[in-house]
Design a protein around this ligand. Sequence first.
Ligand SMILES: [Fe+2]
Length: 392
Amino acid sequence: MIEKTINLRSYDLLQVLITIQSQYITDVDPRVLFEQLLNNLLGLTQSEYGFIGEVLHGPSGSPYLKTFAITNIAWDEGTQAFYDEHRRTGMEFNNLETLFGQVMKTGEPVISNCPSEDTRRGGLPAGHPQLNAFLGVPFFMGGELVGMAGIANRPAGYNNVVVDYLRPFLAVCGSIIAAYRNDLRRKKAEAALEQSLDKIKTILGATVQSIVAVIESKDHYTAGHQRRVANLARAIATEMGLTTDQIEGVSMAGTIHDLGKISIPTEILSKPTKLSGIEFSLIKTHSQNGYDILKGIDFPWPVARIVLEHHEKMNGSGYPQGLSGDELLIESRIIAVADVIEAIAFYRPYRPALGISKALDEIANDKGILFDREVVAACLRLFKQKGFKMEG
Ligand SMILES: [Fe+2]
């Protein structure tokens, strides 16, 4: 049948689809897109009101409609309040014994140019605007019915020409719904992953705390040292603008960096006089020991490696591997500085505390030689400009 009274303009349709596609690419909220699509659909078909919705399935498997966009045809306060409440989240329609229900049941377009006499109709509530003509059209994605549009009151009524005219429009609706569903699925999966990562972090936090408790029970001094190193290392990492993840890793590694000392006799750790060569080489095994204990724990941060590298130096003169410069993780370079600051500033079994300014002078002198320049600069800024203090 040829459209005589009102033209269905392909050019306009194309314009609408191009605009919508480009908006979709720029990540506009699908609800906003469907509101625009509905307005366009009404304009293109000279319809008075309508809706576009997603077809979902209830627990029994029967389809129902959830609107993405619906014209406000409220006719009293109650319907206006209902519209306002559900406009953003979508209204649900479950009655399949209606004209639009037929579309969901059959997956076929429904044309009704005299709804009041149509046996498929479900009837309208009192006050509902006149329904003179109705067109319901389904849209699919990968053969699955994913949504439908319903429009009403085109002056010339609806026919298959209108249905054919709308096919590209419906294909776009289908792909937007499919993309929206993929997006939801991805967000759900991401949220689940994040949740399990949080859980792992909590469990690992508890593991680390129990390691700290073991160390503390054996060597009270080391426990306090590790806590202060962790706090300073965290502050340096933050000052340097490292990522939240790296900051957490630095802090976690700092808290247990001397864990390997657990296998060194307390008499050596707390010896009040200078260590012999053999004793010192025994002490030096603690970074490797710590690494060996931690390497089997699947931390989301490189904790074991930081522990292994915390006595390495920028010029390769450290231990256990003599690594240098970029071979060392930035986190390890931070712990190395924080460790030395704490060791000089605080009391040691073999000497009294030397104070923070002596410690800062020391790292400033060795900047770029033993210690990373940027780490040293950040550490000096913290103490000299930002009032950072190490707790006793
Ligand atoms: Fe150490």
